[in-house]
Design a binder for this molecule. Structure first.
Ligand SMILES: *Cc1c(COP(=O)(O)O)cnc(C)c1O
Length: 415
């Protein structure tokens, strides 16, 4: 039944393509997703799929990935997991947080962030953001700190360095509260010549398929602190491995992702790859997880094939980020010409612009057709709710609410 459905879907797509061509319109597929997978990544995935499954257990490749990341990022310890959210769970564990402790989180983030805390029984309090870089607002943070606050999560969204970065770290430091930096969207962004993620106690990065580099799923927990480094090591050592079946699916998703979003002939190749491997599609966050259920395979460490992809992507990250910055300057010009505020770069910072955020009219966020027609792109909607993509709400975060209504983002890697 599923197979038949896929053929029908393909036939409908191709019929639509034919009509588009006959009407004289170009066959464009607007780009979205991270767009960093290239033919060499696809070769690598196929190569891994052909390997003996025993080699998938080789921890040396994972160690190499962690080491290379440290070198590139200017950090001391890095541990690779099967998701940024898992890396966050590792950080929570490393800090020794216990049920009943309180964490301050951005009131504008992915639902998997609060989930990592809730899975550990920790209470979450939400801090409002500023609307220049969508980071925590320093004054709001100050007002929320209580004797029960055990950790503060700050973030750098869309690849921008957050406006109050220095102040936020200072406030936490003065109160002797550890900071976890959520760098899931900002791998490679710099502040005062140092890559983000090196100022807090711990930091997390993601290589999920919409992020700066793409291993379909994956993430890193990083620290410069020796004691926390040992705690993360212990957590990593004890973490389970994903099943071979899951890794097989993940590798097929490299093909699905590439032939759907990136290949120049994707107008027909996407249908062929879906007929062949559409049943292996992975979803980053299931509905149950959105609603706060801990998935069964949650908590796994990274394995060799994924680390090989990570290593290959890491070799290309600087080129991607350069390209993103270049596209961002074009979007800035578009903003100036169309009366929208240009995305801010904090003084002395080097953003990487994973996406280019713009505050538009609410109607332009809820109805995205205009971007296809006017710009030939698929408009991004991070975030459509305070704890995206769940419908859970937070209180006392009016600026975050405003961003939910008005903040859209443009892709910065185009094909
Ligand atoms: C994607 C993302 C995460 C989670 O990373 P995963 O690898 O998907 O688990 C956390 N925080 C932010 C801001 C993100 O965008």
């Amino acid at each position: 039944m599923m197979g038949l459905w896929r053929y029908r879907h393909a036939a409908r797509n191709q019929y639509r393509n034919l009509r588009t061509v006959l009407s004289g319109k170009p066959l464009i597929y607007p780009s979205f997703g991270s767009m960093t997978l290239e033919s060499d990544d696809v070769r690598l995935a196929r190569d891994c799929l052909a390997q003996d499954r025993l080699t998938w257990q080789d921890e040396n490749v994972v160690t190499e990935y962690q080491k290379e990341f440290c070198q590139w990022n200017g950090s001391r310890f890095a541990f690779a997991f099967m998701g940024g959210r898992v890396a966050l769970s590792a950080c929570i564990h490393a800090l020794g947080l216990k049920a009943g402790d309180e964490a301050i989180l951005p009131g504008y983030t992915c639902v998997v962030v609060p989930n990592a805390f809730h899975f550990a029984g920790i209470r979450t309090v939400y801090c409002d953001i500023e609307l220049e870089t969508y980071g925590l607002d320093a004054d709001c943070l100050k007002s929320l700190i209580t004797p029960n606050t055990r950790v503060i999560v700050i973030h750098h969204l869309y690849g921008l360095v957050c406006r109050d970065y220095g102040k936020l770290v200072d406030i936490a430091h003065r109160h002797n509260i550890p900071v976890i930096e959520d760098c899931a969207q900002a791998m490679g962004a710099e502040y005062q010549g140092v890559k983000v993620g090196n100022s807090g106690s711990l930091s997390i990065y993601s290589s999920e398929q919409s992020k700066v580099i793409n291993t379909i799923q994956g993430g890193l927990a990083v620290t410069n602190d020796e004691v926390l480094g040992h705690k993360l090591q212990k957590y990593w050592d004890e973490a389970p491995r994903p099943s071979n079946d899951f890794v097989d699916k993940l590798l097929h998703n490299v093909l699905l992702n590439y032939y759907t979003m990136k290949h120049p002939q994707r107008w027909y190749l996407r249908d062929i790859i879906h007929i062949k491997h559409g049943n292996k599609r992975l979803i980053s966050t299931t509905t149950a997880e959105e609603l706060g259920t801990r998935p069964e395979n949650y908590g796994a460490k990274m394995v060799a094939p994924v680390a090989r992809l990570g290593l290959n992507q890491l070799r290309k990250i600087d080129r991607f980020n350069l390209q993103r910055r270049d596209t961002a300057s074009k979007w800035a010009e578009w903003c100036r010409n169309n009366g929208y505020r240009v995305a801010s770069s904090v003084a002395d910072s080097l953003p990487i612009f994973l996406r280019y955020p713009v505050l538009v009219e609410p109607e332009r966020k809820s109805n995205r057709g205009w971007a296809r027609q006017e710009l030939g792109i698929e408009l991004g909607v991070w975030f459509r709710s305070n704890l995206h993509p769940s419908q859970r709400t937070v209180v006392n975060c009016p600026r975050a609410d405003e961003a939910v209504k008005r903040c859209v983002n443009f892709p910065t890697l185009l094909t």
